[in-house]
Design a protein around this ligand. Structure first.
Ligand code: GRF
Length: 205
């Protein structure tokens, strides 16, 4: 069975929805470890309550390079069996850019959720960007991580209609609900080996 590693920095609601779905929907993957780059991430307590091993690789005050930091992450992942051969790494609100070395080592085995319909509104504050731009629809995207910023092959997207009176908060809330639905779905497809990557595109069987 594949081993799952989830990387978080904060609230951890996507992590929670993945972990609960793995149990409830019998997704064939073993939740091996949750790693946070912040010792006070709220998600750590949730992971602990759900019986998943947690590790902290503190990034604040780390004086080495990005590559050196990611090496530490990869060492922890490997310790829990989340290897480039047998692992899946989910970024779930992990607020760090991943080094090209990490991406290459875990090629097409790192996935991320982004709160917009990529390629629109990459980077931070996507919901705010969408409102300010005036689009009528936004949503969320699960995609493979490549060396660009939110540019990897798209696995699943969900559309959310923007209302006239939406605030950043109300829109984020509706998008988050869809995130919690599609992220576990993507993990399920990956675990069942139903995703093929072909250039920029993914083919779901
Ligand atoms: C989510 O909106 C996700 O799309 C973005 O960061 C947020 C993380 O929230 N990448 P949570 O920690 O999963 O609750």
């Amino acid at each position: 069975m594949l081993n799952l590693g989830i990387l978080i920095s904060g609230r951890g609601s996507n992590m929670e929805s993945i972990l609960r779905s793995v149990k409830r929907k019998k997704i064939p993957i073993r939740p091996a470890v949750v790693i946070s780059n912040k010792h006070d991430a709220e998600g750590l307590k949730i992971a602990g309550r759900l019986g998943v091993s947690v590790e902290i690789v503190e990034s604040k005050g780390f004086t080495g390079s990005r590559e050196e930091y990611d090496k530490k992450i990869m060492t922890v992942l490997s310790k829990y069996g989340v290897t480039p051969r047998n692992g899946l790494v989910c970024l779930a609100g992990f607020m760090r850019i991943i080094s090209p070395e990490f991406v290459k080592k875990y090629k097409n085995r790192i996935i991320n959720i982004h709160p917009a319909l990529l390629p629109a509104f990459p980077g931070l504050d996507s919901q705010k960007q969408a409102l300010e731009y005036g689009v009528k629809y936004s949503g969320c995207t699960v995609h493979f991580v490549d060396t660009g910023m939110d540019t990897g092959p798209i696995i699943i997207q969900a559309v959310v209609r923007i209302k006239e009176n939406d605030t950043e908060e109300s829109l984020s809330k509706r998008i988050l609900k869809e995130e919690h639905r599609i992220y576990p779905e993507a993990v399920n497809l990956f675990a069942r080996r139903k995703i093929k990557v072909s250039g920029r595109r993914t083919v779901i069987s």
